[in-house]
Write a protein that binds this ligand. Structure first.
Ligand code: NAD
Length: 272
């Protein structure tokens, strides 16, 4: 169901929809979620050292019948792991926990002031050595990206940010498109809060789809990669069934009307 991909600036294929596992508990909960996702056809998992479940994600991948090479695996360097050597060490810890040779996408989780440029140097080294297939950032504003680009030898291929109809970051989306940086949406469902917003429900009924599917489709139609989280097998499966319908201009206009620059998470300048 879920094979459609976008091509990153360096030619690497990244699935449009992946499973997010923030707050999916290490052990049974996240293992079951990852296995259900892989069975449902997902080929992309988004974790982070901060989530403290990389080991379980790795275990679920190893125990599944899907070759690890077919799975696009993202992890991230956390705020207290910044710095050149520190990041190289953090990467090795993540890689060991995940139990894979190569990570598909390694991201700087938050733009820690005064530190992220040095950290970027470590990501470039990992990329040049072939230990990661692509490198990118998360929670970067266009100003952070401008700063980073001044020193970067390799441009970030992805920027993963909070993005949903209530926080339709149009300027950032345009900036990223201009620079061939793939935007990726975190919290695409507003952690569930957006599911009963009026136009979302109405549009879901109109297409015979679920509200979550409408929100995920909305991201994709804006050329934004999406990583909805669920640990419920039926919801995991249903969240990826978004390739059999399209939102029309009227739907898009109604959903875009929800924008109020509202964040459910931190602003990039107030990272945790
Ligand atoms: P989300 O918007 O994906 O919402 C997840 C919640 O929505 C679930 O816990 C569940 O309660 C509900 N839900 C999911 N599918 C549903 C369905 N079909 N029907 C009804 N309810 C449903 O929120 P999120 O987990 O915060 O974001 C998704 C992923 O983004 C995370 O798991 C993580 O991988 C990533 N993320 C990254 C950052 C970052 O700083 N880079 C921050 C937050 C999240």
């Amino acid at each position: 169901i879920q094979t459609s991909t976008t091509t990153l600036a360096n030619g690497v294929e990244m699935p449009w929809v992946g499973l997010g596992v923030y707050k999916a508990e290490a052990g049974n909960e996240v293992e079951r979620a990852v296995k259900s996702a892989l069975e449902a056809g997902y080929r992309s998992i988004d974790t982070a050292s901060f989530y403290e479940n990389e080991h379980s994600v790795g275990k679920a991948i190893a125990e599944s019948s899907i070759p690890a090479d077919d799975i696009f695996l993202t992890t991230k360097v956390w705020n207290n792991e910044h710095g050149f050597n520190e990041t190289l060490e953090a990467f090795e810890r993540s890689r060991e926990k995940l139990g894979v040779d190569v990570i598909d996408l390694y991201l700087i989780h938050w733009p820690v002031p005064g530190k992220y440029k040095e950290t970027w140097g470590a990501l470039e080294k990992l990329y040049e050595e072939g230990k990661v297939r692509a490198i990118g950032v998360s929670n970067f504003t266009d100003q952070h990206l401008e700063e980073l680009m001044k020193i970067a030898k390799v441009k970030p291929m992805v920027n993963q940010v909070e993005f949903h109809p209530r926080l339709f970051q149009k300027d950032l989306l345009e900036y990223c498109q201009t620079h061939d940086i793939q935007l990726e949406a975190w919290r695409p469902l507003g952690q569930g809060d957006l599911l009963d917003a009026d136009p979302v429900q109405r549009i879901a009924e109109k297409h015979g789809k679920k509200p979550a599917q409408v929100l995920i489709r909305w991201s994709m139609e804006n050329n934004v990669v999406t990583i909805p989280k669920s640990v419920t097998p039926e919801r995991i499966k249903s969240n990826a069934e978004v390739f059999d319908f399209e939102l029309d201009a009227e739907d898009l206009q109604a959903i875009n009307g929800l924008n109020e620059d509202r964040r459910y998470g931190f602003h990039p300048d107030d990272f945790p």
